[in-house]
Design a protein around this ligand. Structure first.
Ligand SMILES: [Zn+2]
Ligand SMILES: [Zn+2]
Length: 366
């Protein structure tokens, strides 16, 4: 009988250094898949969790986006969640979110991104089988959506935009899409902002303005299709940035503004960047509790729409893999993975992401 013993990075409490535990995995049960994780994506949300900005019911293994190699199947699994045959040695992409199919959102709304029990998989006991990705070995739960990574598609390119790409794909769907020639502003240039810029570019947006910092990420945004960037360190005044957006958009403001900054002041600023009859998509404020002052009559008087979006549905994970397969040769996806850490160094990875040193950090074997 094969033994799978591996390390995992455990978050034991707010602001405490991650602990490295060694665990021997059990054989995968019915419907489960045991995988060897090669790419545990580090997401800004992990930093918020580490800092205690979201309540943690118990110690957890971090990591909610991954690419891994299949080691073993439980009974009853021969395909990925799209019905494609999978074998030991194949690579898969997943998030540890399992729609329960037994709640109002799953079965009545038909929107599993709103599943009331979706985080049961994320908040699992850190000592048992887990589908979290800061692990050497992970166990994908029965019913957990996972998709085979095509042989011609690099793992780095798939993890580069991590959970951000499926999240933005759902966002664009909820927004109602972007038409060729729409002017778009993206606030933020982390993985969510880059995913937003890339999808807006693929949709034909022009001009496509990305607001953010540091310069390294803005340069990456240009390579993902942005036509203009506004560096917040050079233009620290929101009124000056709004002025630049007006200039670039012929005085109108943007048909679509996408908030991917994750900080509260972005909301009031973004509302002032939207053109008449424009739309404002809120993606990044998920883990930014608090209030800000806005002028609500703008929404009224300018026929604005404000659309929220959280998380993703399984189809968006599948769509993300397909998009990466089609376009990875033409966009710097794999290059966006700028930092790589061993599991033992997961703490350093979180700190580097917190300091915005990375474009994308990944945990796993070199
Ligand atoms: Zn994430
Ligand atoms: Zn549910």
């Amino acid at each position: 009988m094969t033994q799978w013993t591996g390390k995992r990075a455990v978050l034991v409490g707010p602001d405490r250094p991650l602990e490295i535990h060694e665990v021997t995995e059990r054989e995968p049960g019915p419907g489960e898949v045991l995988v060897h994780v090669t790419h545990g994506g580090v997401c800004g949300t992990d930093v918020h969790l580490w800092r205690g900005e979201m309540p943690l019911p118990n110690p957890i293994v971090l990591g909610h986006e991954g690419v891994a190699v299949i080691e073993a199947f439980g009974t009853g699994v021969s395909t990925d969640s799209a019905g494609e045959a999978v074998a030991v040695g194949d690579r898969v992409y997943w998030q540890p979110v399992v729609p329960c199919q037994r709640c109002y959102a799953c079965t009545v709304l038909g929107d599993v991104s709103m599943c009331e029990n979706a985080f049961a998989g994320v908040f699992k006991d850190a000592a048992g089988p887990t589908a979290a990705s800061y692990c050497e070995y992970a166990t994908l739960d029965a019913g957990l959506p996972f998709y085979r990574v095509p042989d011609d598609t690099p793992s780095d390119a798939v993890i580069a935009l991590g959970c951000a790409l499926p999240t933005m794909l759902q966002g664009l769907e909820r927004l109602g899409g972007i038409r060729p020639g729409h002017s778009v502003v993206v606030q933020g240039c982390g993985p969510v902002g880059l995913a937003a810029a890339w999808l807006a570019h693929l949709s034909g947006a022009a001009p496509l303005i990305v607001i953010g910092a540091p310069q390294r990420r803005l340069e990456m945004a240009l390579r993902f299709g942005a036509t203009d960037t506004l560096d917040m360190t050079e233009l620290p005044d929101p009124a000056a940035r709004a002025g630049r957006v007006r200039e670039i958009t012929g005085g109108h403001g943007a048909d679509v503004v996408i908030e991917a900054a994750g900080v509260l002041p972005a909301f009031s600023e973004g509302l002032n960047l939207v053109a008449r009859a424009g739309r404002y998509l809120i993606v990044g404020l998920w883990s930014a509790p608090g209030t800000v002052a806005i002028e609500p009559r703008l929404i009224n008087n300018l026929n604005l729409q404000i659309i929220g979006t959280a998380l993703a549905q399984p189809r968006h994970l599948h769509q993300a893999v397909q998009l990466v397969q089609t376009h990875h040769a033409h966009f710097p996806l794999a290059e966006a993975v700028t930092h790589r850490y061993r599991i033992e160094d997961s703490q350093r990875a979180l700190e580097a992401v917190a300091r915005l040193e990375t474009v994308k950090a990944v945990i796993g074997p070199a």
